[in-house]
Design a protein around this ligand. Sequence first.
Ligand SMILES: [Zn+2]
Length: 389
Amino acid sequence: MLPTDSHTPGLDSRLRGNDNNNVIDRFKALCPIANPSGHEANLRAIIQAELTALGLTDQRVDTIGNLVVRVPGRVGLSPWLLSAHMDSVPVCEGIVPREVPQPDGTLALMPAGETILGADDKAGIACILTLMNTFAQQGFAHNRPLILYFSVQEEIGLQGAKALDWDWVSDATWAWVLDGDGPVGDIYTAGPFQEALKFEVKGKRAHAGICPEQGLNAIRVLAEWLTTCPNGRLSPTGTTNVGKIFGGDATNVVPDWAEALGEARGLTEPELVSIVESIQGARETVAQRYPDAGLTLTHTRKNAGFTVDHTHAEIALLQQVFTTTGIANGCKPMAIGSDAHILNARGLPAVVVGMGFTRSHTRQEILYCEPYRQLTQCMITLLCDSTLP
Ligand SMILES: [Zn+2]
């Protein structure tokens, strides 16, 4: 059952037209705060000051910089965890949002300069702060008890979530990660397994002018290996990519070494394993052509994937809120790593919520204001529902 005016009297009317609850303004106010990975302190201080002013003083910061805040709520309900990450990818200094009118008459926000917009993930932070302002006005009497988790260093390998003291959040029974690059209505219930790949080739060094025939060019062997490998999208949920390459020492030397770094993603462990096996297969093919070369593939697990069952009551409830609001919705897998990977790996079911921004990590990043505002309203409704234990 969804909250109505009878069980949360006046809720809707209190939310409308209140500047403290304007999630768009709050997001814009966060835009100028630089927050590269490892340098989240300024943004964290602003979050902490706002939450303290609302009376949320049960705050903890660990040595890496994660912030965990306890939010009181209706008695008898287990706490849910709400999370957003505090860091952004470069360039995230001097961000100025500019309004971009949309064909339907609504507004979107994009960066005015040569930066990202930073909706990934200040959209999540501004949403959570807006929820807390709303709940504080109700004396935290209508909302479910919550644990807010603002992570650091998400963008450089989920480092904050990996370091989080689990005792701080272990009583949470469900987690919403407000960090989804995608339309409002999308609920990302699965995330890929990821493997880091290192390709190494050893050749034979020789003078390029005097005796090139005595050398074995490691760069060329590596190039053959990489072009023999599967590349890009391999299936709806499987991808692989080579992203960095190194090798050689001088133009007049036949290079005896070359390396490349890449990754592979698969929604399931078998899918990922089969991608890695095909790269190994390419290695063997090329190694047979060059018996004097040394070809080594090193692969290490970056993230374990996750899949949350669609039949969870929490998911059904959010879908019901979306549907009631007229928002098309559905569950789907996501293609990227997120703090939800770590939360699920630790046994807390966590799904990622589409926030209404897309093209994150680029200068074309865009946040669609109206869906984002609607999502914030939906989260208020969701968190004020009392039908789940
Ligand atoms: Zn993100």
